[in-house]
Write a protein that binds this ligand. Sequence first.
Ligand SMILES: CC(C)(COP(=O)(O)OP(=O)(O)OC[C@H]1O[C@@H](n2cnc3c(N)ncnc32)[C@H](O)[C@@H]1OP(=O)(O)O)[C@@H](O)C(=O)NCCC(=O)NCCS
Length: 234
Amino acid sequence: MSTDQPLRWSSNGVGIRTSSECGSEAYLRPTRPPEKLRPDAIKVTLRLLAQTGVKRVFTSAIRPQEQAFFRNIGFELHEELLLLSNDLSTHIPTPTRPTRRAPRSDWPQILEIDTSAFPQFWRFDKVALAEAIKATPRSRVRVNTGPSPQGFAITGRAGRQGFLQRLAVRPTHQGSGLGRSLVADALRWLQKRRVYEVLVNTQTQNLAALELYESMGFTQRSDGLAVLRWDAER
Ligand SMILES: CC(C)(COP(=O)(O)OP(=O)(O)OC[C@H]1O[C@@H](n2cnc3c(N)ncnc32)[C@H](O)[C@@H]1OP(=O)(O)O)[C@@H](O)C(=O)NCCC(=O)NCCS
């Protein structure tokens, strides 16, 4: 399988895409609740993937019930994540750094920021960026104003449920209030639309993100998320 031709398809209640950077890796996202997934059908999909050269399949960040399903068909823990929620009851500060809507023409710079801010495994490619924006019926993509974007946030809304889908600031521009401004902008947008709960997840060791989220009214939930991994050669 060529690394410059990532594949993407959906079947049997899961969306699959191969990595654009590494053809032996693929990502799986459940699109149905676990009780509506068929273990045998997914095992067949995994075998087909293996036949095309895929060696590892990673799930998206999934909840405990979904984790149990995928562990039963041979997936193992790859990384635990923290899930945080915010009921928007605390004061949201006024953003100190102005932001603007980011049209599609900003995507190349957004992807550059993403690559500079995240470790390799978590980096977005164009497909993942599009998926994050389309993951909810409504979304908001913002960058800082000024000559060039140095940080961005993707916020989603499904009815009265909000999601902070993605947040990153270029390392050279971190620590100057842009991250907090992007989160404040996101929360204000959601609050205006009468959202009752905003969810975000982050890596357990990501202290900068954790401190930022907690200082903006998010609290850690007990039902954490995890990314699981399936190895073809195990
Ligand atoms: C998390 C991130 C977006 C913060 O952006 P930023 O522009 O540096 O954030 P700010 O300057 O607005 O700082 C806001 C708060 O974050 C926390 N913070 C930022 N950097 C920190 C660090 N190195 N260590 C601990 N806390 C930190 C602090 O609470 C800070 O508040 P303070 O300035 O009052 O102390 C940025 O570090 C980043 O892009 N990280 C990599 C990508 C990522 O982890 N995204 C979030 C994934 S869920």
